[in-house]
Design a protein around this ligand. Sequence first.
Ligand SMILES: [Zn+2]
Length: 183
Amino acid sequence: MKNKRVILLAGHNFISPGCHTVIDKKIITEFDLVTDIVANVFKRERLMGIDLINKARNQFGDLVSEVNSLNGDYLISCHLNAYDNKSQGTEVLYSYISQRGKELARIAQDKLVKHLGLNDRGIKPTKLNERGGSILNKTKPVAILLEPFFLDDITDRAILDDYMRKTEDAILEILNYIDKQEL
Ligand SMILES: [Zn+2]
C-alpha cells in the first residue's frame, strides 16, 4: 500500500507570527510555539505508512500553491487561538464542502479534547472568506486546521509546556489514525 503523505504546517511565519502571550515579561508567539509542535511531532513520529512533511514558512509566496506543490494526501495546519485573555478551549476547522475533511476534523477534535481536557468548542465548517478559509478550501489535500488551545489565556510556563506536549501527543494519534484507516 502506498504511503500517505501528510503535510504538517506551522501556521503564520516569523514576520507575521500570529497571536502571543507574555510570560515572565517575555513575548511568546504563536509561530514560536507551532514550529516547536511541528518539529517535535516530526522527531517523535515513527509510522511506517506515513510520509510526513514539515512546513514552516520564511516568505510570503502563495501558500496554496506551495502546499499543492507538495502533493500531500492530508494537510494539518497548526495554530493557537486567542480572544480576550480568558477564553479557553479546543476547536478544529475544516472546509465546509469536504466530507473527508469533516471526518478527519471530528477525529482530531476528539483526540485533542481527550488529551488536553479543555472546553470542547466543536468542529467548525469554514468557508473561503473565513479564518483559515483559503488553506482549507483551495488546497488539494484533505485539510484541517487545529486550534488546540487559547494562547492568550496562558501566563504560566509550566501550563504552556503541558498543553504543548499534550497537543503533540494528540497530533501523533491523529497521524496514527490516518496511517491505519483504509482510504
Ligand atoms: Zn493562527
